[in-house]
Every structure is written in C-alpha cells, then in structure tokens.
Design a protein around this ligand. Structure first.
Ligand SMILES: Cc1cc2nc3c(=O)[nH]c(=O)nc-3n(C[C@H](O)[C@H](O)[C@H](O)COP(=O)(O)OP(=O)(O)OC[C@H]3O[C@@H](n4cnc5c(N)ncnc54)[C@H](O)[C@@H]3O)c2cc1C
Ligand code: FES
Length: 424
C-alpha cells in the first residue's frame, strides 16, 4: 500500500512537472510571436533545453516504472528449470520466474532468499544462496553444496536446505524466492583492478562478479584465486579456463590444498597450497587493489587479518560469510563488553529477564533460555529474525545485509548496547 501511495505520488509529481513544462513551452511560443530577431535565438535555445529536460524526465520515469514492475516484495514463485552437477556434492539450479515476467538486474555478489517447504520441518525453512552467474533477463542461477552431518557427529542430521535442494527438487518444481539483496557486491562502474577470492563453495558470489566483468566487455585487471582441496571439488573448471584463455587481463590462480596423483599441475591447478596473502604477495604487483572474498571462516579470518597487516585499507577489503561467526573478529570491532556485562535482556512475550553474558547475540540469548524466535540465515541477511526493539540500543559487529526498520533489530547479529527489551 505504502509503495502504491509513494508510486502514485511520484507519478502525479512527474505528470504535474510535464504539464507545467508543456505550459512553459507554450508561453515561450507566445513570447516568440512578439519577439525581436535576437530574442528568437534565445527562445529557440531555451525551448531545445526544455525539450531535452522533459525527455530526460520522461525516460527516467519510464526506467523507474520498468524497474518497479520487475522487482517484487515478499516471495515470488520460481520454477526449477535445470539442475546441473558442477563438482562432487555441488549442483547449480537454474530458476525461471513462474509468472514469466522479466527479472530485475542485480549487483554481482548479491544473494537470493528461499522459503522451502521441507517436509520434516514444522515451519518453512529460510536460507540464502548467492547468485552464481552474471545478471540475465530470464533466469537466476544458484550453486549449492550439500552439507553433511557435523564432522564430530557422523550420525547427526545433514543440512536441511542443501539436502532438500539436492535430493528433493527436480526440474519443474516450484520454490518461493525473495528479490536479490545484499551489501557484498562489485561496483561494475569502477574499472579499477580487483582481486576476487573464492574458497570452496564461497566461489559463487565471486564467480558472479567475474562473469559480470566478462559480460561487460572485460578489460579490467582481475586476479582470480579459487581454493579447493582437489579436482573433485573444483567447480566450473572448463568455464574458468575458457575465460582465462580469452581474457589475458584475467589471471586465474587455482589452488589445490590436497592434490591427488591424477591432478596435473599447470593443467588442473596452478598452486599446490592454500589461498593466502603470502601467495598474493608473490603474484600481485602491489597491494593497491580492491579485494572481494568469500570462503570458509578459517580462510576468511586469516586472509582478512593478513591483508590488513599488509597495509590494505579496510574499505578495500570486501567479504561475505556464508554463516554466522565468520570473520567478525578480524574485520569488525568486537563486542565492547565481554564477561560480566551488567546488561539485561527482557523478552516481553516470554516474560523473561536475562543477564547478558557479554558476547551472545539476542537470538543466542533467547535459544539458551528456551525462548523460540524465528531465524533463517543467522547472519543478518535474510530479515527473518527482525524483532521489535521496545527499549534500549543494540549494536551490530558487522553491518546488516538487509534493511532494518527503525525500532526493530536483527536478533541473529544484534548485541545489546544497554538494557534492552524486545518483543519475543
Ligand atoms: C548470504 C549467504 C549466501 C550463501 N550462499 C551460498 C551458496 O551460494 N552456496 C551454498 O551452498 N551455500 C550458501 N550459503 C549457505 C546456505 O545459506 C546454508 O547455510 C547452507 O546451505 C547450509 O544450510 P542447510 O540447511 O543445508 O544446513 P543446516 O540444516 O543449517 O545445518 C548446517 C550444519 O549444522 C548441523 N546441524 C543442524 N542441526 C543440528 C543440530 N540440531 N545439532 C547439531 N548440528 C546440527 C548440520 O548437520 C550441518 O552440518 C549462503 C549463506 C548466506 C548467509
Ligand atoms: S536470521 Fe536472517 S537476518 Fe537474522
């Protein structure tokens, strides 16, 4: 409703402006009828400028309307059009809009949020997956790694959502998807050199960035580091090879941490080591680049810390974690008070007041005390845990990836900054 009113107001304002401009052109025409020769030239110039301005405004409005028509609020239905194996336990899913209307563009690096009707789950499961291709008008692609049971408990449950994608979803099935979102993206208008770093399935957002650079005509200096254990995990191998062979300005560095006897150095991979800043120091001409990275928490933490130590300014290090508790300690200020914090969290619905331990997020405080709160990504991206903040302040160790309305907080990443009362 609010969007409709805002849209109508903009349309009305634009219409009013166009009518006013048309009236002004009419007045100029009247002036022209009684003008001297010198005046004629001035009036003609004014008229041309005005026509140009009107056409610019009409164009901008048309583009805004097109954009508003293509994007969407809430969830939209998508059909699984194709499902392709990219590496062991890693599959791409091609999603086409069920309503067949064109798709909005997105910024390479952004992700989609899914709502999945997993049969054993009492509620739909919410998860985020990065877009793994450049923006296309007719499909989105995500690439998903199957998550097994926890390593310390082989009999434990495998990942709910990734298993659902791999085992249950087939071409023709329909899923609910939110519009692309996220603050981790590549600015395509900036032509400066970029170092793209993907570790394991963290390849997906940086692959989208690479594909977008290539589709934009290339010509931008790129160092692409991709770290996996060996060829069994190496996704999009042929695609990456083709890009590197066609674009000399894109330097591909595949790192195998544990190559097998069949893996051939120089053909399947370039470096038998992990992706590290030491390796970058050996290969990059300097540290003067923007660094974009996504990967497993230990790799991200080390690389971010080592880039900072190498003198790369923090605002040139862009990263995304695929889950909670990743690189916060290296790239973002830690929670100020740790230990006995003297801060209390009040949950109004549960009617509980709990002493904060100085480090847990509001969601973790709730869970530790038997209070149920909705969550999806647990990393400040999907907005599922958005909760009304009735009093007090919260802090975010790293900026939320989705918008947070005034008077609300993202419980999965929020730390209390004072005594807080939340609607849970
Ligand atoms: C912005 C963003 C982008 C992402 N992009 C991608 C992407 O492009 N590709 C991709 O593959 N992933 C991506 N992810 C990760 C993805 O969202 C999921 O977190 C991932 O697929 C795991 O979800 P799951 O439901 O399969 O696992 P979950 O069910 O959440 O389980 C995860 C782990 O916890 C264990 N576990 C679950 N329940 C319990 C329990 N009760 N006790 C003990 N252990 C338990 C499971 O065994 C498993 O090992 C992204 C995440 C974010 C936030
Ligand atoms: S659970 Fe996704 S933002 Fe909190």
């Amino acid at each position: 409703m609010a969007t409709f009113i805002a849209d109508s107001a903009v349309t009305l304002a634009a219409a009013f402006f166009l009518v006013a401009m048309a009236a002004y052109i009419g007045l100029l025409a009247l002036r022209e009828a009684v003008a001297t020769r010198a005046d004629h030239v001035t009036i003609a110039v004014e008229q041309a400028l005005l026509r140009e301005r009107i056409s610019e405004i009409a164009d901008r409005r048309r583009r805004e309307l097109e954009k508003a028509e293509r994007t969407w609020d809430g969830f939209r239905k998508f059909v699984i059009a194709r499902k392709e194996l990219e590496a062991r336990d890693t599959r791409s899913f091609y999603l086409e809009p069920h309503d067949r209307r064109p798709l909005p563009s997105f910024l390479p690096g952004q992700y989609l949020t899914f709502r999945l009707p997993v049969s054993d789950s009492p509620k739909p499961v919410i998860r985020c997956y990065s877009l793994s291709d450049a923006p296309k008008p007719d499909y989105f692609r995500v690439t998903i790694k199957r998550i097994g049971p926890p390593p310390n408990n082989p009999d434990g449950p495998p990942g709910v959502s990734s298993s659902y994608f791999h085992d249950e979803l087939e071409p023709g099935d329909i899923v609910d998807v939110k519009a692309p979102a996220g603050q981790f993206f590549l600015d395509l208008a900036d032509a400066s050199s970029a170092v793209l770093i993907g570790g394991g399935i963290g390849l997906t957002p940086v692959l989208s960035m690479l594909n977008a650079i290539v589709e934009n005509g290339g010509g931008r200096d790129v160092w692409f580091f991709y770290g996996v254990r060996n060829r069994t995990e190496h996704a999009f191998a042929e695609h990456l090879k083709t890009i590197a062979s066609e674009h000399p300005e894109i330097r591909l560095h595949i790192c195998y941490s544990d190559p097998t006897a069949e893996d051939v150095a120089g053909e399947h991979y370039q470096h038998a080591e992990r992706v590290s800043v030491d390796l970058m120091k050996r290969l990059l001409p300097s540290n003067a680049h923007h660094f974009y990275m996504c990967g497993p928490p230990p790799m991200m933490k080390t690389v971010v810390e080592d880039l900072l130590a190498w003198g790369v300014p923090q605002d040139r290090i862009h990263h995304e974690a695929f889950g909670p508790a990743s690189v916060k300690s290296a790239a973002a200020p830690a929670a100020e008070s740790v230990g006995n914090s003297n801060i209390e969290v009040t949950f109004t619905r549960a009617d509980k007041r709990i002493a904060w331990d100085g480090r847990s997020t509001l969601l973790e405080v709730a869970e530790a005390n038997g209070i149920r709160m909705d969550f999806g990504c647990r990393s400040g991206n999907c907005g599922t845990c958005l909760t009304a903040l009735k009093s007090g302040d919260v802090k975010y160790p790293s900026p939320p990836g989705c918008s947070v309305e005034k008077g609300s907080c993202l419980a999965c990443i929020a730390l209390p900054g004072s005594n807080v009362t939340i609607d849970a």
